[in-house]
Design a protein around this ligand. Sequence first.
Ligand code: ZN
Length: 116
Amino acid sequence: MLKENIFYVDDTILKRIDSDFELIEKKDWYKLYQNKADKSFWRLDEWDKLQVQMFVKLVTIENWTEFDDKDLRIELLKKSRGLSIEKCNWKDCNKKALNNFVFCELHAYKEMGIRK
Ligand SMILES: [Zn+2]
């Protein structure tokens, strides 16, 4: 069972998808999967060399291609990079900067386009 709600897609995740999930639908730039065990729905980004590919758990399958996973992506960015003890350099931001970076996860994501 996957504990997190969002993953960067790598070979391990692709193997899990292959064995534990069923492909339900393909639409736009996404694939809809259902977990065989707990029946939860997940969305996989189509592979694109310019994008970071994600696998994200859906809250509902209604308008599943529209599901906004931005907050989850920002959380994942923070989790995977970790936080430093420095403050974010963005004006008036009180959050901590990411490890080896000058901005927090929010500004890294929104303003700098950092995805991973
Ligand atoms: Zn910030």
